[in-house]
Design a protein around this ligand. Structure first.
Ligand code: F6P
Length: 331
């Protein structure tokens, strides 16, 4: 009898509950027992586990966040707690873990796999920085939030003829900035993959002003390198303010900063993310049924793809050069 444990690990992202629902419903359909693990890997080590039934997942499809709770741990945490993890899995007769999570969850799952603990990863992060899938669950919802925020910021930037610098999430990747900025009509998009001298940005903005554009919206990824100063908030570098300071030191433009922060992680998943979560949840359980573990399930070119966890952990998810080039048409 297969007994599947489901957990949500790393940062939460819209669509996690849709993925939980899909994994659970396919598992029930195949006659598997399904157990929920609270709070990701921390809950697993605590043994915070409970059997699920259809009621557990009733009505959760449109909910943001995770009904199980999340935690972000390092691979070292998993290594240090391997004995405890094995004990909890064995005492609950869990045959396979399905881990719905971000890039940090992929790294921990790779430790599981390297230690013969069967698991399958469903990629779920707003950052879209996971190798092995064109899009991670949560990304579309986050760029929708960014785009809506930029729509709102256009009116105030225009009223005051300002440069509005909008910082978005993404850790070290620029996916959110590029796609969110394009969707929201940004006038410049600063991504860590292609940093530019501050003079380039200043010239671009001054040119806009000379052409009679009385405001500009600049989207900057939180991982963008800003050399002038490294202002921090609660110990985290804030690229938006750093870019503003750098611009203010070379122009007399009126500049304001908006950091979108955790708004990008909130809210109900978009239709795209609900459907992606549903497809990947089904694919994860089907992989288990075929005896395939130690993999990440994704969609590449609209086809389900399995990627070895060792590869998914080491390979970056690069933004295709042609997409970056096309974006340059707009700034
Ligand atoms: O990985 C998702 C993410 O939102 C990143 O974009 C962001 O840098 C990070 O999580 C914030 O982490 P935490 O929720 O631990 O503050």
């Amino acid at each position: 009898m297969r007994r599947i444990a489901i957990m949500t690990a790393g940062a939460d992202a819209p669509g996690m509950n849709a993925a939980i629902r899909s994994v659970a419903r396919r598992s029930f359909e195949l006659g598997y027992d399904v157990l929920m693990v609270r709070d990701g890997f921390e809950g697993l080590v605590r043994g915070d586990i409970e059997i699920m039934n259809k009621k557990t997942v009733s009505g959760i499809l449109p909910l943001g966040g995770s009904i199980f709770g999340c935690s972000r741990v390092s691979p070292e945490f998993a290594v240090q707690n391997l004995a405890k993890i094995r004990d909890v899995l064995e005492s609950n007769s869990i045959t396979t873990s399905i881990i719905i999570g971000d890039r940090s969850a992929v790294a921990v799952a790779a430790v599981f796999d390297a230690n013969s603990i069967p698991c399958v990863v469903v990629p779920n992060t707003i950052d879209n920085d996971i190798f092995g899938t064109d899009f991670s669950i949560g990304f579309d919802s986050a760029i929708t939030t960014i785009s809506e925020a930029l729509d709102k910021l256009h009116s105030t930037a225009s009223a005051h003829h300002r440069v509005m610098i909008v910082e978005v999430m993404g850790r070290q990747s620029g996916w959110l900035a590029l796609y969110g900025g394009l969707a929201g009509g940004a006038d410049f998009i600063a991504i860590p993959e292609q940093p530019v001298p501050i003079e380039t940005l200043a010239t671009h903005l001054k040119q806009r002003k000379e052409e009679g554009k009385d405001f500009s919206i600049v989207v900057v990824a939180e991982g963008y390198p800003v050399t002038i100063h490294e202002p921090t908030v609660a110990g985290r570098p804030v690229a938006g303010y750093g870019l503003a300071e750098a611009l203010a030191s070379t122009t007399n433009l009126s500049i304001r900063v908006t950091v979108l922060g955790y708004l990008q992680r909130g809210g109900s998943p978009t239709v795209f993310d609900r459907l992606l979560a549903t497809r990947l949840g089904l694919a994860a359980v089907n992989a288990v049924r075929e005896g395939k573990t130690g993999i990440l399930v994704g969609e590449v070119g609209q086809r389900i793809a399995f990627t070895d966890l060792r590869e998914a952990t080491t390979q970056p998810h690069i933004i295709p050069a042609d997409i970056v080039l096309q974006a340059k048409t707009f700034y």
